[in-house]
Design a protein around this ligand. Sequence first.
Ligand SMILES: [Zn+2]
Length: 158
Amino acid sequence: MSIYKIKCLTTNDFYIGSTNNFTRRKYQHRSHFRCNVKNSCDKLYDFMRLNGGLDNFDFSILEEFKNIIKKELKIIEQKYIDELKPTLNAIKSYATEEDIRLMYCKGSSKYRIKHPDKIKAYGKEYQQRRYDCECGKNVQLCKKSRHEKTAYHISNIA
Ligand SMILES: [Zn+2]
């Protein structure tokens, strides 16, 4: 499992993606670029066409992971996208608040044992996320279901 980057050698514009097989994904990008198929990477391929084609782009791995599931990889990919702000990604790769909650809050103790430090760190950050509930309280995302059973919440939603 890895997070990878495709960078334009002349403009430094770049794309970030994730895959469970970097070599295969690399070829897939190349063939999609050539066949002109419509997909979520259109922005990248259009940019490639205007900027020297495949030879002018560098494919590299940013980070590799072992023993993680696809859903976790997607969350990490989104984190990279949020932080590095790639110019050639068109769509959000992942992460509704609900998915994050299920991944890091409900299974937190299990994941803490199973996964490397890095994943733990990402999880911790998400665990601290809060949201404004319709009852007027600001609640920790992880405590959403518990909060929704409280008398305060129930009596304050009409
Ligand atoms: Zn509430």
